[in-house]
Design a protein around this ligand. Structure first.
Ligand code: MN
Length: 355
């Protein structure tokens, strides 16, 4: 076994003396010997494979504490630990990439993220009705100062618990004072938690799931999350726009040109979801940032409203003057006027300049 000085060993292992001293200090790679007179560290050539492994693990960004663990493992276990580490890095990077894309998109449309208008207030109301046909209500709705949400539970008897659980998890955000810059991250985190809560309701017989459409607010900044076939609409001036895309099988057929809009609306499988909380391998929600303007009226609703009341009727009801509470009542009456074949959940929120 040959002994090398720290300089020679560092050159052979592609590590600086400074790095070698650090790895000695944290116990990853202590020298083979220390000269009793000069105090110089001496390394054995047998240590080169370990030193090269440490250098490579540093290059993939692995933290020192994890490197120490990996270096103490058998090769097979070390390989598994590196795989697990890299999967985590990839998932985190994908999350950050999505967030970066939203921010780029948001800023390119000229919106300000850094200076949201804090002087905007919201008046809102939620309503949830069993409808005229169903035996139970699997929808849920919530309207508060910071959070607006509707959810439509599916998957048998657990459906009602699923929609309630998802909204309950999100309600924690109502208490947190989330800064505008963190809205999307916080909302995305809450959706992951909500997905876990819904999965926790699974039994051998049933796997309940739920749709979710929600807005989280900080001043005039809004973060929108959407999964399933509940919807968000915005009435701005005279224009009513649909802000969400249904995650339904019929919508994928429309997107591919295989069905037109009317065929989709009348299709017997129109309620079949391709994405939901608690269903599928992992949660895949749409996220977006928006800026609320004074005069904006938002509607969140379940398919019990949007599938039976046409867009023109929605628009005229939303355009009529009336408090959010009154408008929610009118929308539920409208669903009943069309037979109310499903549960109906809706939230109406009016944004205005603070006095
Ligand atoms: Mn429904």
């Amino acid at each position: 076994m040959g002994l090398l000085t720290i300089g020679a060993f560092g050159r052979a292992a592609k590590l600086t003396p400074k790095a070698l001293r650090l790895y000695d200090r944290v116990g990853i790679l202590p020298p083979a010997a220390v000269d009793p007179e000069s105090g110089y560290r001496l390394y054995s050539t047998d240590q080169l494979p370990l030193a090269r492994l440490v250098a490579q693990l540093r290059r993939i960004g692995m933290p020192l504490a994890k490197i120490r663990t990996v270096c103490g493992m058998e090769p097979t276990a070390a390989a598994e630990a590196i795989t697990a580490y890299w999967q985590q890095v990839s998932a985190d990077t994908a999350d950050r990439a999505r967030l970066a894309a939203f921010l780029v998109d948001h800023l390119s449309r000229g919106a300000t993220v850094s200076r949201p208008n804090p002087t905007i207030t919201v008046r809102c109301a939620a309503g949830c009705d069993i409808g005229a046909v169903r035996q139970s209500n699997e929808d849920a709705a919530y309207a508060g100062d910071k959070l607006l949400a509707v959810a439509d539970g599916v998957g048998g008897p657990g459906g009602a618990a699923a929609s309630a659980a998802a909204i309950d998890v999100l309600k924690a955000l109502e208490l947190a004072d989330v800064p505008a810059a963190d809205l999307l991250t916080k909302l995305a985190g809450a959706v992951t938690d909500a997905d876990r809560a819904v999965r926790g309701l699974s039994t051998d017989d049933h796997q309940p799931a739920t749709t979710l459409t929600a807005l989280l607010r900080s001043g005039s900044q809004l973060a929108l999350v959407h999964i399933g076939d509940t919807r968000a609409y915005l009435l701005r001036g005279d224009e009513l726009s649909l802000l969400t895309q249904d995650h339904t099988w019929v919508q994928t057929q429309v997107d591919q040109g295989k069905l037109d809009r009317n065929q989709a609306a009348a299709h017997p499988q129109r309620a079949l979801l391709v994405r939901a909380l608690g269903g599928g391998q992992q949660v895949e929600a749409d996220l977006a940032l928006r800026t609320a303007l004074p005069g904006d009226r938002y509607l969140l609703c379940s398919d019990g409203l949007s599938a039976v009341v046409d867009r023109a009727a929605l628009q005229s009801t939303l355009s009529a003057s009336g408090s959010p509470q009154h408008t929610v009542q009118r929308l539920i009456e409208l669903a009943h006027a069309h037979g109310a074949p499903d549960n109906v959940a809706c939230v109406v929120a009016d944004f205005s300049a603070a006095p």
